[in-house]
Design a protein around this ligand. Sequence first.
Ligand SMILES: *[C@@H]1O[C@H](CO)[C@@H](O)[C@H](O)[C@H]1NC(C)=O
Ligand SMILES: *[C@@H]1O[C@H](CO)[C@@H](O)[C@H](O)[C@H]1NC(C)=O
Length: 325
Amino acid sequence: MPNLFRLLCACTAGQSEHSIDSKMAKARLVYLLTLLSTHCYFSVLAVVLRTDNNSPWTDEFDRIELSCLIDSISTNNPRIEWKKIKAEGPSYVYFNKKVSGDLENRAVIREPATLVITNATRLDTAKYRCEVTAADDLKSFDEIVIDLVVRVKPVVPKCNVPKSVPFGKSAELSCLEDEGFPKSQYQWFKNKEEIPDDPKSSMKFFNSSYTLNSETGILKFTSVRKEDAGEYHCRAKNDAGYAECAPQKMEVYDIDVVGIVLGVVVVVVVLICISAGICCAYKRGYFASQKQAGNNYKVPAKGDGVDYVRTEDEGDFRHKSSFVI
Ligand SMILES: *[C@@H]1O[C@H](CO)[C@@H](O)[C@H](O)[C@H]1NC(C)=O
Ligand SMILES: *[C@@H]1O[C@H](CO)[C@@H](O)[C@H](O)[C@H]1NC(C)=O
C-alpha cells in the first residue's frame, strides 16, 4: 500500500478516536485498528462494493438477483441507487428507497443493496449499476456494473421446404426464428434423424451435396439426389430451450430425357402428318372448289347457281342455292 494511504489511515484513525463515543463505534474502531496495517484504506476511509456475480442470467419470467454487497463502509445510512444503462442513457430503477421505472412492482431491494427481480422479462436484458454514496467515508462513493441476460426460449421457427425438386438441381431449405435470446442456432432433421453439419462425417449423408449453416438455418443442396427426398424439419435452440417446426416432405423427381425426346418426336411426327394431309387435300382441289362455291353465294344476281322456284302461292318466292361441286 502506498505510503500516502498509510498516512491517511493513521490520521483518520486518530480523528475517529476523538469524535466517536458510542460503545459500538468504539468496538468497530478497535476492529478497524487491528486491520490498519493491511486493510486500512478500504476499511476506514472508503465505501467498497462487491458482487457475487457480475454477469448473471435467468430465463424469462424467473427470479434473478443482482447482487451488490458492501465490503466496507463507515456511514450509517448510505444512499443506494440502481440505474439501468440503456442506449439512450441511464435511467433509475431504484431511487429514494423506491423501485421505479422499468422494474416497478417487479423488484425489491434486499439488504444491503442487492436488487432482486421477481419476474424478469426479455426487456430487462441490460447493464445495471449499483451506486452507493456514503457521506461519512473519505472515499464516499462506489459503484459496480452488473450485466444481466434474460434468456428467451425460441418460438416455433418458420420453415420453408420445397415440395418437389428436379433431380440434379439445387434446393434451399430455410428455417428462421426471431424471438429467442440469445439468438437461436439451427439444426435440421431428415426423417427425424439429425443432419450432420458436414455430410462427409456420416455414411448416410456421405454423397449428399448439402451445406448446412447453423447460424442462418439454411440447408442448401447444390445437386439433389433421389436419396435426398424425405421429411425435413428444423429445430431452433438456444440456452433457454428449443422449438421445432412440423416435418415437411421434399420430393425429388426425374427429368426423363428419353421421355422428353420421345414426346418431341411424337409431336413433330403428328405435325408432319397434318401438314402432309392438308397438302394432299389442296392438291386434289378441295380448297379450290370451296372457293368457287363461296363466290357463287356472294353473287347470286348472276343467277349461275341459283334457281328461283315458284311455289303454289303466287308471288311468294323461295330461293335455294345449288352449289356446283
Ligand atoms: C410474469 O409476468 C408475465 C407477463 O408479464 C405474467 O404472464 C406472469 O404470470 C408473471 N409471472 C409471475 C410468477 O408473476
Ligand atoms: C457414394 O458414391 C460412391 C460413388 O458413386 C459409391 O461407391 C458409394 O457407395 C456411395 N456411398 C453411399 C454411402 O451412398
